[in-house]
Write a protein of this length. Sequence first.
Length: 93
Amino acid sequence: MIKKISKLAILPLAIASTFAVSNTNLVENGSFEADEISERSGTWQLYNELSNWSSSESVYFEVQTNLLKEMTAQDGDQYLELPNSDNKCTTHG
């Protein structure tokens, strides 16, 4: 009976720790906020490299801000525009 009670007491802790792990952001700089945009009145900027992101080809990362009013970033004020041309690239976070 005591073993059963102690197992039941541990269950909420196990569930709580699962939720804590599931809320952990596994992607570093996933909001693209680490690199400050200083060009074009703070609306967008091209980068050769971004913090914690790399490219398999020599392509630029275009980071835009909410000031551009093209769309709204899901988290923070900046977002990455993905290439929409024949520019073949693969990004790695």
